[in-house]
Design a protein. Structure first.
Lengths: 253, 39
C-alpha cells in the first residue's frame, strides 16, 4: 500500500533528515551573510526550496489528475497520489508565505504587501485548500475522483501565473535571479551550494512524505470500504429477520 | 527584532511545522493500522 518499497521509503526519510541537518549547518553558519541584506537573507535557503516543492507538488497533483481522467490510465492510485501531493503542496505553500513574510519584514519593512506575487500565491493556497475540502465531500469514489481531478486541473492554472507574476506586473517581489541568463547573477559558491542543497533536501522530504501520505490515504480508503460493506451486511441481515417474522393478523372491522 | 531574530523565527517555525505534520501523519497512520488489524 506504499508507493515505494518500505526499505527505500525509510532510507529516503533518513536521507532527507540528514540533508536537512546539513542544510541548517550551511544555511545558519556555513554560508556568508549577504552584502546588502545581511543575515536576513538566510531565510532564502528555506523560502526558495519551499516554493519549489509547492510548484512540484501541484504539478504532480495535476499530472496524476490528468492520468485519472484519461480512460486508459484510470486508476485510484492516481487519485490517491493527487490528494496526497495536494496536501503537501498546501503545507509548503503555507511555509513559503510564512517565510516570505518573515523575510519581508526586515528587508521591505512590511509583513505583507498587496503585490502580484504574494497575492497570486495566497490565491494558490486557498484554491488547494478548497480542493482538499472537495475531497472530503462524501460521494462514490469514482464521482469524487472525477470532480477532484477536474478541480485540480483548474487550480493548476494559477501556478504559471504565480511564477510569471514578477515579469508580467511591476512587483515589490524581485524577479527570478539565479535562472535569469541576462542577469548573470554572481552568487557566492557556498551560497549557491546551500541553495541547491536546500532544494535537494526538500525534494527528498517531499518524496518521503508523499509515500507516507499515500499509505495513509490507502489505509483510510480500505477502512471506509470495510465499514460500508459491514453496514450493508447488517442492513441486509436486519431486512431478512423482519421478512422471516410472521405477520400479525389485522382485525377486520 | 534584529535580522537574526527573524532568521531564528523562520527556521524554528519551519522545523516545528514539518515536525508537527510528520507526527500527525504517523499518529493517524498507526491509528488506521490498528483499526485495520482489529477488523
Amino acid at each position: 500500500m506504499t508507493l515505494l518499497k518500505p526499505d527505500v521509503g525509510r532510507a529516503i526519510g533518513w536521507a532527507a533528515l540528514a540533508a536537512l541537518v546539513v542544510l541548517a549547518l550551511f544555511g545558519l553558519w556555513g554560508a556568508p551573510p549577504d552584502d546588502v541584506q545581511g543575515d536576513a537573507q538566510r531565510l532564502m535557503y528555506l523560502h526558495v526550496p519551499a516554493a519549489w516543492i509547492a510548484y512540484l507538488a501541484f504539478a504532480v497533483t495535476a499530472i496524476a489528475s490528468a492520468l485519472w481522467l484519461w480512460p486508459r490510465t484510470r486508476s485510484m492510485v492516481w487519485d490517491r497520489i493527487a490528494g496526497a501531493s495536494a496536501e503537501l503542496g498546501v503545507l509548503f505553500t503555507a511555509l513559503t508565505l510564512l517565510l516570505g513574510s518573515l523575510w519581508g519584514r526586515p528587508v521591505w519593512g512590511v509583513w505583507w504587501a498587496w503585490d502580484a506575487r504574494l497575492v497570486t500565491t495566497a490565491v494558490l493556497l486557498f484554491l488547494y485548500i478548497g480542493y482538499l475540502a472537495l475531497r472530503r465531500v462524501p460521494a462514490a469514489p469514482d464521482t469524487r475522483a472525477k470532480r477532484c481531478a477536474i478541480a485540480a486541473l483548474i487550480a493548476f492554472v494559477d501556478v504559471p501565473i504565480v511564477h510569471f507574476s514578477v515579469t508580467w506586473w511591476r512587483t515589490l517581489h524581485q524577479e527570478a535571479t539565479v535562472f535569469d541568463p541576462e542577469l548573470k547573477a554572481n552568487i557566492h559558491g557556498v551560497m549557491a551550494f546551500t541553495l541547491w542543497w536546500g532544494v535537494l533536501a526538500f525534494s527528498l522530504l517531499y518524496v518521503y512524505l508523499l509515500d507516507r501520505r499515500y499509505r495513509l490515504e490507502a489505509l483510510e480508503e480500505d477502512l471506509e470500504a470495510k465499514e460500508l460493506e459491514q453496514a450493508i451486511a447488517e442492513r441486509v441481515a436486519g431486512a431478512g429477520t423482519s421478512a422471516a417474522r410472521p405477520q400479525e393478523e389485522v382485525p377486520v372491522a | 527584532m534584529s535580522d537574526v531574530g527573524y532568521v531564528v523565527a523562520g527556521w524554528t517555525a519551519t522545523g516545528a511545522v514539518l515536525a508537527a505534520y510528520w507526527l500527525w501523519l504517523r499518529r493517524r497512520t498507526r491509528h488506521a493500522e490498528r483499526l485495520d488489524r482489529e477488523g
